[in-house]
Design a protein around this ligand. Structure first.
Ligand code: 4NP
Length: 162
């Protein structure tokens, strides 16, 4: 039985949130905890539904030995009851997810909505910036932030995984 269900959310679900999913899966595999956590990702927008992660994001992750398996999908209302935590990449994603939760009102399920960067231990930043229109350095920075945040998140969850 999985003990925790996590949904990572960005705008397009082809750069940041699939990277967060891959980085977290990588950490779980290193610790033999894959069976204890369900991990998924989604976008607030639907433009890229069905596509694999952006080639630049996949290449940057592969250089760190991290595979990004996901295909893009859009967040849906059922996600608020399917997942324990919804982790948003930036302030726009947070607002969009909170607006969806308000649509559901008291039926919005148990998902706790929180910024991904709130789990960073080394970096002190509010957002994982959108790398889509920038250069390679942006993708590396996304991975640096996500490796930090995923490690912090795993430490937060660890007591619930025992
Ligand atoms: P993501 O990046 O939200 O990290 O997946 C983006 C991907 C695509 C677009 C914007 C951001 N887009 O405008 O198509």
């Amino acid at each position: 039985m999985a003990e925790q269900r996590l949904l990572f959310v960005c705008l397009g679900n082809i750069c940041r949130s699939p990277a967060a999913e891959g980085v977290f899966l990588h950490l779980l595999a290193q610790e033999g905890l894959e069976d204890r956590v369900v991990v998924d990702s989604a976008g607030t927008g639907g433009w890229h539904v069905g596509r694999p992660a952006d080639r630049r994001m996949r290449a940057a992750a592969e250089r760190r030995g991290i595979h990004l398996p996901s295909r893009a999908r859009q967040i849906e209302l059922a996600d608020f009851s399917r997942f324990d935590r919804i982790l948003t990449m930036d302030a726009d994603n947070l607002r969009a997810v909170q607006a969806l939760a308000r649509e559901l009102g008291p039926r919005s399920g148990q998902a706790q909505i929180e910024p991904m960067t709130s789990h960073c231990r080394r970096f002190s930043v509010g957002d994982v910036p959108d790398p889509y229109y920038g250069g390679d350095q942006g993708f590396e920075h996304v991975l640096d932030l996500l490796e930090d945040a995923c490690a912090g998140l795993l430490e937060t969850l660890r007591p619930a995984l025992r």
